[in-house]
Design a protein around this ligand. Structure first.
Ligand SMILES: NC(=O)NC1=NC(=O)NC1=O
Length: 171
């Protein structure tokens, strides 16, 4: 099923079985509670209605949900391999990140420092951001407490999920 327009995606999403609807949402973020709440709330009359519901669905993602979803997010600077929609989305989101050797080295060091401190992948909404902006955010966030940083990570994960859902609705 490859809908060609936002109405197509919306129509297909509304008409899908519960399981299919959840599967359609999975590339946005792999948090079943989020996908279930949205799938239960169908039908949506407009793309905007679906997006605003999705922004608020399944509030307060747990650390376990976040870490489960992060398994699907390549590090910043790593080009996602594979042909799936998640890998394709990740590659386009990271398209603005320079692949220059010096930038890649700084990203590698930053990701490593972040992972040593917080025990999970550094996650940021990469779309529209340059490597310099991402590196600046990374170093700032290294000073966060673990608790604050989990909140920041959750908000970035949700932002990416909504951007991906928008992308599905407006291919
Ligand atoms: N580690 C990451 O932040 N990964 C990503 N950020 C995005 O916006 N897309 C990704 O794959």
């Amino acid at each position: 099923m490859h809908p060609q327009s936002s109405q197509d995606f919306l129509a297909a999403f509304n008409a899908a079985s519960f399981e299919e609807a959840q599967a359609l949402l999975k590339p946005c973020v792999d948090i079943p509670r989020w996908a279930s709440e949205i799938s239960f709330a169908r039908p949506f009359a407009t793309p905007a209605e679906l997006l605003s519901f999705a922004e608020l669905a399944a509030p307060d993602w747990t650390e376990a949900e976040i870490d489960g979803a992060l398994a699907h997010h390549p590090r910043i600077g790593e080009k996602a391999a594979g042909s799936g929609s998640e890998a394709r989305m990740s590659r386009s989101e990271q398209a603005g990140v320079s692949t220059a050797a010096d930038v890649q080295e700084r990203l590698l060091a930053g990701n490593r420092a972040y992972e040593e401190r917080f025990g999970r992948v550094f996650l940021i909404r990469a779309a529209g951001r340059s490597a310099e902006e991402i590196l600046a955010a990374l170093s700032e966030r290294l000073d966060n407490t673990a608790e604050d940083e989990l909140e920041v990570t959750a908000s970035q994960l949700r932002e990416i999920a909504i951007l991906r859902l928008e992308g599905l609705l407006t291919p």
